[in-house]
Write a protein that binds this ligand. Structure first.
Ligand code: ADP
Ligand code: MG
Length: 397
């Protein structure tokens, strides 16, 4: 297994000439749909331009040759911010090197890099260090961020800690959304959270999109070989009244084209309905889904693999009447005869209780208020990242 890892590292080093001169690759840390991510030491000990990041990444004890400004040795326990005004840091930096698969469309890769470089300057968004390319191979270098696996901590994260989790995630989105950028793939594996430090960073802008660019993306996507083939899939917004439950009615209207990128279980209703003009509110819905996971101790919360079923899952939660009203507001029709969809939905309070009978002794009422605002069916009614940050549940920490 170790040999295999070594082989993989050698291959990557051969792929990008000069990589091995600058970085010592340590091993693989992540594997996504579009990339493999490796941990590495930056051998040039380069300074990053964002001093905020120093606090987070300069956690290794200073080397003997470090000419600190008179601070006694051993005084930096890793939690103390060390600012480097004027003094060059000589410590090694740990980086994450993301190798983007050659099968990704060049437009998509260029988009990710351009958005990452526009998003420098927030301590909640991973900053781009550099990017390198050789032929169709692209690697993106990011500071390494230590993080805990959501699959472990969602089972017992105390309510008080959820406030901190949301503060970082919403802080990242406030910054991103203020720049008119939608992340489009908010989910735990794209938000690296360190439970002990109560700090998280948003990563993976591979599906991100500028709000004004949606038309352009749709036109481009038709010409790209590697775009999600389901963008061309037909849309069924209604269910056969007399047919089998959940089976879409035959629909002869032309298929709708809209970006439905993202991960199943985290897609907002307007994404599932393929509403062409989407907004940053799609990310807020996904934050709501994460909070729902934390409250019910159930991850993933929504299970369905296709968009029609995903809408049904949401309908079970909200009830037929509310679902019909919200979908009508988006200019579509929602019809269903699926028996599990009742007229009225399930209260989040009862849901949390049902899934989590003994988990939380008492959940503050503000948490449910926030949940309802994050998971507002209608994007226009959904809370913004900035407003969610000042919501009592997040602000009182
Ligand atoms: P993909 O587009 O393939 O999903 P991501 O950017 O989400 O790629 O990275 C995949 C995984 O690699 C992440 O879920 C995370 O575990 C790890 N990772 C990515 N960037 C970093 C980083 N800066 N620090 C630490 N781990 C990272
Ligand atoms: Mg990812």
């Amino acid at each position: 297994e170790g040999e295999e890892a070594q082989e993989e590292i050698r291959e990557l080093e051969e792929l990008i000439p000069g990589l091995a001169d600058q970085y010592r690759l340590l091993g693989r840390i992540g594997e996504g749909t579009f990339s493999t991510v490796y941990k590495a030491i930056d051998l040039r000990h380069e300074r990053y331009d964002n001093s905020e990041w120093t606090m987070i990444f300069d956690s290794s004890p200073p080397r003997p040759e470090h000419d600190g400004s008179g601070s006694g040795s051993g005084s930096n326990d890793g939690d103390t911010p060390r600012r480097r005004h004027g003094t060059a840091s000589r410590r090694a930096r740990v980086v994450a090197i993301k190798k983007i698969y050659g099968t990704s469309s060049p437009v998509r890769i260029a988009n990710e890099i351009s958005i990452l470089s526009d998003l420098r300057g927030s301590r909640f968004v991973v900053p781009l260090v550099t990017a390198m390319r050789r032929r169709d191979q692209v690697v993106v270098v990011l500071p390494y961020f230590r993080n805990d696996d959501f699959r472990r901590f969602y089972l017992d994260l105390p309510v008080a800690e959820m406030r901190w989790y949301l503060a970082s995630l919403l802080g990242a989105l406030q910054f991103t959304h203020a720049k008119g950028i939608m992340h489009r793939d908010i989910k735990p594996s794209n938000f690296l959270y360190d439970v002990r430090r109560r700090h998280g960073v948003l990563v993976d802008f591979g599906l991100a999109e500028r709000e004004g660019d949606q038309e352009a993306t749709r036109i481009r996507s038709r010409h790209s070989l590697h775009m999600d083939s389901s963008t061309a899939a037909r849309l069924f917004t209604s269910f056969d009244q007399r047919g089998r439950p959940g089976v879409p009615r035959k629909d002869t209207r032309p298929g709708l084209r809209a970006n439905r990128a993202g991960t199943r279980g985290f897609r907002a209703p307007e994404v599932l309905l393929k509403i062409p003009r989407q907004s940053v509110a799609i990310d807020i819905w996904s934050v709501g889904v994460i909070l729902l996971c934390l409250l019910t101790r159930r991850f993933p919360f929504f299970q369905s693999t296709d968009d029609t079923e995903a809408l049904l899952e949401i309908a079970v939660l909200y009830g037929r009447l509310e679902m019909e009203r919200a979908v009508a507001g988006l200019g579509r029709t929602f019809l269903t005869n699926v028996p599990t969809v009742k007229d009225r939905g399930i209260r989040f309070e009862s849901l949390a209780k049902a899934y989590n009978a003994e988990g939380f002794p008492s959940l503050p009422p503000e948490i449910f208020d926030l949940l309802r605002r994050l998971l507002a069916l209608s994007p226009a009614a959904r809370i913004s990242a900035a407003d969610a940050l000042s919501h009592p549940f997040v602000a009182n920490r």
